[in-house]
Design a protein around this ligand. Structure first.
Ligand SMILES: Nc1nc2c(c(=O)[nH]1)N[C@H]1C(S)=C(S)[C@@H](COP(=O)(O)O)O[C@H]1N2
Ligand SMILES: [Mo]
Length: 176
């Protein structure tokens, strides 16, 4: 091959690599920072236990950790749309555990699921506190639920992941 051809092939190759690698989810994740009027909430709705002890949160105390909006499809067509909440990663950071292997999440209906913490490193997973800017009732699968950025596709869209979409969350126990 001509030296110049090798050079251009290299440049094009590297550009493609960097453009696809830097904002990792840029093409398929519709995530943005949002500023919404704080919710009036005095009630504790979430209890997190970890090696650091037990911490309780109201909706407003969760949202103050950094409200984001994620537009996504879901496994339930009627649930597709916009959700606001905080990244699980930001919540875990607030709890302050150095290490997280898995979360055991429990819901108001007694349903429990174990989620590997790897999920939150791989993907921007949301703990949603609102849908379309509004609080969710228990009937609407609130007050808080896990929302994965399903549109990334691949493993995240596998039907095995369905059980991790827990709603009506009441407590989280962190295993390190
Ligand atoms: N709170 C709560 N979340 C839940 C469940 C549940 O029973 N309660 N079921 C889980 C499981 S096992 C799956 S597969 C899906 C169930 O969704 P479906 O009831 O619409 O099939 O949601 C998950 N989230
Ligand atoms: Mo399930």
């Amino acid at each position: 091959m001509h030296n110049q051809t090798i050079f251009y092939t290299l440049i094009v190759g590297l550009s493609v690599l960097f453009c696809s690698a830097s904002p990792v989810f840029a093409n398929k994740v519709n995530l943005e920072d949002v500023h919404l009027k704080p919710l009036e909430s005095e009630e504790t709705i979430l209890t997190i236990s970890s090696s650091k002890g037990v911490k309780e949160y109201t909706l407003a105390e969760i949202e103050v950790l950094g409200l984001k909006r994620l537009h996504t499809s879901t496994f339930w067509p009627e649930d597709n749309g916009a959700y606001e909440g905080v990244l699980l990663q930001d919540l875990l950071h607030n709890v302050g555990t150095e290490k997280c292997t898995s979360l055991l999440i429990s819901a108001l209906d007694g349903y429990q699921v174990k989620i590997p913490c790897e999920d939150f490193e791989k993907w921007p997973v949301l703990l949603a506190t609102r849908q379309n800017g509004k609080k969710m009732s228990i009937r609407q699968k609130g007050p808080i639920r896990i929302i994965y950025p399903l549109d990334i596709g691949g493993d995240i869209a596998s039907s095995d992941m369905r059980s991790r979409w827990i709603w009506a969350i009441q407590s989280i126990s962190i295993t390190n």
